[in-house]
Write a protein that binds this ligand. Sequence first.
Ligand code: C5P
Length: 217
Amino acid sequence: MEKDTRLILALDVLDSAEALRISQVVAGHVDAIKVGYPLILATGLGIITELSRYAPIIADFKVADIPNTNRLICEQVFKAGADAVIVQGFTGHDSLRTSVEVARSNNKDIFVVTEMSHPGALDFMQAAGEAIAKMAADEQASGVVAPATRPERVRDIRNIIGSDLTIISPGVGTQGGSAADAIRAGADWVIVGRSIYQSDDPAAVAAKLVSEIKEVI
Ligand code: C5P
């Protein structure tokens, strides 16, 4: 995934025509498009192949299973044309190691969720976030997912993983986080969904975010 605009579109729409239309207009402003259960369940896995003509695709399945099931899931998603898969970290080192092995043999990436961006992540996930970040570095994942809603946590996680791993950071816009703050705290990319795809002019919103990011790098 090339680091150019540092913006990733989270495409949580439910209609394939809308997904294609939005991707086409924002393609020049984003380095990747993240798709997840909402769009895939509504339209099928084939949407990954269709969208991959606009940008690299990150499949946000937050995979959280035993090693063998993680392997089977990642294999299917890479086969469909995804460039990266997001997995949960709390399932432990063996599940992560298997996912990373599958990614490596396909020349693809795994991103590991450390802690999520919503308030409920404070109930259980945050306590494990730093240990998960360390595990992601030890297992040589490509990067981690850390919350733009809590830039101080992005900074903590950056200190743990060093510079070898990348950070992709959701929570900008609708969830309250700021793109500039997340990048300043050490995120490589910010992930933005509703603020872009629910806007009347998704390309303009994306362009504005990119210029906000460029001001702080
Ligand atoms: O619409 P919004 O910009 O809030 O979208 C954020 C996206 O990032 C959603 O697809 C959400 O599932 C995802 N995400 C998140 N927090 C995480 C991991 C993924 O908000 N830790």
